[in-house]
Design a protein around this ligand. Structure first.
Ligand code: FMN
Length: 195
């Protein structure tokens, strides 16, 4: 089948699924939370994590003021909270009050850690750069909170216990009802495809 070729990224901008997270920040007596789908690990030593945030977001103002942020990985049951924090502005409402968001105590920063998160990072901002219409904010992870039972011995997610929020773009989220995990040995796959 022939593919459509376009010079505009808008023709294919829904490059999902991706795990959607909630980024939190605290400054000037205010907590805030927003949904983020554009995020990534950057370095193991030191541990660095990147988030891509529009400078229009209220969360960006709080991160800029505090130089800290929280990264919250939530189970699929919390997809509605992800959508709600991604569809409302902290400049207009207190999302923690409006959505009844429970917090755990943060240990190294003032960034809120969500009780519902199966894993969370507290980050200190180490870089903030504009790329086009978004900013890449890089944080050093200074504390990790996680539910031990959510992970296997090799530190991968135990999908029997927790399924992440998988975002498909637009207003769609993917529910995982059955898990078909394939464990693929890299070397044998390379050998098989070579022949
Ligand atoms: C699932 C989902 C993912 C999102 N991902 C991002 C993102 O990666 N970066 C971003 O700047 N905005 C993203 N947004 C939009 C913000 O979450 C949204 O603009 C939010 O209202 C900002 O809140 P704030 O103004 O209180 O900071 C996303 C929204 C949703 C629903």
């Amino acid at each position: 089948m022939d593919k459509v070729i376009s010079e505009s990224i808008g023709a294919f901008s829904q490059h999902y699924p991706r795990v959607a997270i909630i980024v939190t920040a605290h400054a000037g007596g205010r907590d805030n939370a927003m949904a983020v789908a554009w995020h990534m690990p950057i370095s193991k030593t030191p541990p660095l994590y990147g988030i891509v945030v529009s400078p229009k977001r209220f969360t960006y103002e709080l991160i800029l003021a505090s130089k800290e942020f929280g990264i919250n990985f939530l189970p699929a049951e919390q997809a509605e909270l992800v959508a709600a924090t991604g569809g409302s502005k902290g400049s207009e409402i207190d999302k923690f009050k409006a959505f009844n968001i429970a917090k755990d105590s943060s240990v190294k920063t003032a960034a809120p850690i969500l009780k519902a998160a199966y894993a969370a990072y507290e980050c200190r901002l180490v870089d903030d750069r504009l790329y086009g219409d978004h900013r890449l904010l890089v944080g050093e992870i200074v504390a990790v909170h996680y539910l031990e039972e959510a992970f296997m011995e090799d530190e991968t997610l135990n999908l029997e216990k927790v399924k992440p929020v998988l975002y498909l773009g637009s207003e769609h989220y993917l529910g995982i009802s059955e898990c078909a995990i394939r464990t693929l040995d890299r070397e044998s796959c390379a050998n098989r495809l070579r022949s």
